[in-house]
Design a protein around this ligand. Sequence first.
Ligand SMILES: Nc1ncnc2c1ncn2[C@@H]1O[C@H](COP(=O)(O)OP(=O)(O)O)[C@@H](O)[C@H]1O
Ligand SMILES: [Mg+2]
Length: 353
Amino acid sequence: MHPNLSYQLQQFFGTTAVEQITQDPKMVSFLKDVEVTYEEKDQDQSMIALLLQERLNSEQALKKEKEEQGGLIRKLEEAHSQLLQSEKMASIGSLAAGVAHEINNPIGYVASNIRSLGAYLDDLFQLIDSGLTELSQTKPGSNTAALASKLDLPFLKGDTHALLSECIEGIDRVKRIVQDLKDFSHVDHGEWIVANLEKGLDSTLNIVTNEVKYKATIVKKYGGIPEISCIGSQLNQVFMNLLINAAHAITERGEITLETGQQGGEVFVRVSDNGCGISPENQKRIFDPFFTTKPVGKGTGLGLSLSYGIVKRHRGRIEVQSTVGQGSSFTVWLPMHHEEQASDKTEPQAAAH
Ligand SMILES: Nc1ncnc2c1ncn2[C@@H]1O[C@H](COP(=O)(O)OP(=O)(O)O)[C@@H](O)[C@H]1O
Ligand SMILES: [Mg+2]
């Protein structure tokens, strides 16, 4: 007999009555029918449990799929924003290269003309000097002699030289900036070149000098690292972002240390500052695209995520050490030799176009 039926009968009639009932042939056939109903109900119940279990399983599968899709969407967004940023940097790079090229020509002839002008003025002053000496012998007290002393000829001579050498110095500075702009943009749009990272660091520093010089004293501790194969313009972008971040971290006046060195098969470039530092919670998020603690207009939150992508493309890594109130140190580690250079060569080009 179905256990539930027997339990209910016993509850209702008591054990002895049940024994009598179950011996009555009429009751037996009735109980058989009831039992069939009980069994059908049992089957329904197990069917429902099965269906429920199936539904639960498919819900869990859906949830997992949704999580995976969320992860994929995040990765896509990240890749998209990095692409946007590298497109932007590529256009800034080619703009800088174009401007540098255009400036180069006029600067070239201004510099050469100033040098010629200097030489001509030397000749002219020589002529004036000799004319005045002659005049003082043949016609003492002439108007020309009076004019010469009124105009303070020795001062004019000295100052003309000083002005010209200042002009030459200024033009040399412009030339250096133009050269740095060219080095910085490299006009290579993501090509692999063998480059000196210390030079790259220097030319990047010159580019951002205005952002940095009022905030910090720069201390250089270069270890004379060997040249490595890299995408020069992209690594310069990494250095630029680290330098600007370091300057932003300093409120009044501080110090930014640039250090390079080599260890094992790797070289490193370290940018350290004694600025505000990064809290442990924020340290987990600084490489996320769009994570910024800066006001609108000052930070996009893309610098470090872009840098992370670039360094990863070089099979390198970025290490961060930071203490709130004491400062931060970002170290870019890069392998000196690339094993898979052939495949490396194609990848960044795909990213740049
Ligand atoms: N040297 C640093 N000192 C303190 N905080 C930093 C430093 N570098 C990065 N950060 C933090 O990481 C965040 C993300 O940096 P980044 O990706 O370059 O974006 P952004 O500079 O546009 O904010 C910054 O907003 C800042 O909070
Ligand atoms: Mg930044």
